[in-house]
Design a protein around this ligand. Structure first.
Ligand code: ZN
Length: 279
């Protein structure tokens, strides 16, 4: 099963931008970035899941509306891209409620799917699931089932959809999929590693895994985006490597694989045989 998801955020939406960074001072590239993706999906008649920032729904509602109008699933990716681990339960609830409400007002529909920025739900903030459940979310895509800069969750086990059994409720988890290479945990289905590795290798790894969860961003395909000079060297490399050819790779992956979005995946998965996890 291959699931197509996007994190809808601007070219500067990295978790390391300072708190007083004024988003309104920066070039708007989201219309072009999302438009490029939507046009390509329309050609292939594929529907994706788009995790959107509440800030975008507030400031650029038409792009969120276009995603919904074209039949894609809209999810929530926080209000302003703060890592979930930086919140207390109360401030996480306020942030997520605000983002969810803003997005729902724009699309005129409820949303049930969440992804934390930077896959930042870990053992340190499992209360995030309580909040998501309280706010009506049914699906989460925030788990990184291995060690990660922001924590990760190595004891989740193999990357596959599962039912999380939390404090008396259930939430369906669609984690990212990991590829082990030279003792490193790589995510090749989006972001820097998708841009870095040659397409034949991405295709090989994608065909080998029974479950692929992609996580593309509009900036992954935007070779004209401004460069953020302040980024640390390694981060800079990861952010801008392979931008020239990444959209061609994206076109190829859409042609070579069958994709569904999270809602469609939920409909075809036999949940009675899915693993059930108490984190
Ligand atoms: Zn993000």
């Amino acid at each position: 099963m291959n699931i197509l998801t996007f994190d809808v955020e601007e070219w500067y939406n990295c978790d390391f931008i300072s708190e007083n960074f004024n988003w309104n001072n920066y070039e708007v590239r989201i219309y072009e970035g999302v438009g490029r993706i939507l046009d390509e999906l329309a050609k292939h008649e594929i529907k994706g899941t788009f995790f959107c920032l509440g800030w975008l729904a507030e400031n650029h509602p038409s792009i969120i509306k276009r995603i919904h109008d074209e039949g894609h699933q809209v999810g929530c990716h926080s209000y302003q891209h703060q890592l979930s681990t930086r919140f207390s339960p109360d401030s996480f609830r306020a942030d997520t409620y605000k983002a969810k409400s803003l997005i729902e007002d724009v699309i005129g529909d409820g949303i049930e799917c969440f992804r934390a920025p930077g896959f930042s739900i870990t053992h340190k903030n499992l209360w995030a699931f309580d909040v998501l459940h309280e706010l009506g979310f049914k699906y989460d895509c925030s788990i990184f089932p291995a060690h990660h800069d922001y924590g990760g969750m190595p004891d989740y086990g193999s990357s596959e959809p599962a039912i999380l059994l939390q404090n008396g409720y259930e939430i369906k988890e669609f984690p990212i999929n990991i590829h082990r290479l030279f003792c490193k945990n790589l995510v090749f289905s989006g972001g820097g590693f998708f841009r870095l590795f040659p397409y034949w290798l991405i295709k090989k790894w994608g065909k080998e895994t029974p479950y692929m969860m992609t996580y593309f961003h509009p900036r992954d395909f935007d070779s004209d985006q401004p460069v953020i000079k302040e980024l640390p060297k390694v981060r800079k490399f990861k952010s801008y490597v392979g931008l020239k050819h990444s959209f061609v790779k994206f076109q190829k992956i859409l042609a070579d694989f069958d994709f569904v979005n999270v809602a469609q995946a939920n409909d075809v998965i036999d949940w009675s045989s899915a693993k059930r996890i108490n984190l």
